[in-house]
Design a protein around this ligand. Structure first.
Ligand code: DAT
Ligand code: MG
Length: 171
């Protein structure tokens, strides 16, 4: 796989309701990342509790789950060189007030509890989250000809053949 990496990105209900889906997807496309999975769904509270299980002891856990369940989300898997770390840079800081201009959370939102997007914070959590949100057959294996121009060699470049890796929600 030559260092290619996958991350899980979700546009949360506030981002969807504010009509930011196109703008956010556009940033990942323009950067050159490779779209591998995408779905529009309203997740159940139990499912979201599992997704945010690492935060179960935080005081905002219940309100976070309620907010994530308040409407549909756009769940995505993106692939590319350092996509987990770069994806986090593109998102900005957890609190929009600390985010730099040019980041999604600085450009499009104001409050930490309404920060419009989720992104995996490590390769391990990406693996877990992709396994939780997507069935193997929902991830699409295809070659993008743009990759010939985005990468100068094979290093870190999406190479989906012969098969995508298996992701497991067990981590
Ligand atoms: P991130 O989404 O940047 O990975 P996180 O995983 O620590 O941040 O928290 C998940 C979400 O929970 C975050 O995007 C918004 C919400 N959250 C985090 N800290 C919060 C706080 N202090 N008050 C309210 N909501 C918070
Ligand atoms: Mg997080």
């Amino acid at each position: 796989m030559a260092n290619s990496e996958f991350t899980f990105i979700a546009i949360t209900p506030d981002g969807v309701q504010q009509g930011l889906v196109g703008d956010i997807i556009k940033r990942f496309e323009q950067k050159g990342f490779h779209l591998v999975g995408l779905k529009f769904m309203r997740a159940s509270e139990n499912f979201l509790k599992e997704h945010h299980i690492d935060l179960k002891d935080r005081p905002f856990y219940a309100s976070l789950v309620k907010y994530m369940h308040s409407g549909p989300v756009v769940a995505m898997v993106w692939e590319g060189l350092n996509v987990v770390k770069t994806g986090r840079v593109m998102l900005g800081e957890t609190n929009p007030v600390d985010s730099k201009p040019g980041t999604i959370r600085e450009d499009f939102c104001i409050q930490v509890g309404r920060n419009i997007i989720h992104g995996s914070d490590s390769v391990e959590s990406a693996e877990k989250e992709i396994g939780l949100w997507f069935l193997p057959e929902e991830l699409v294996n295809y070659k993008s000809s743009a990759q010939d121009w985005i990468y100068e060699g094979q290093e870190g470049r999406p190479q989906n053949f012969p098969a995508l890796p298996r992701f497991s929600s067990k981590g």
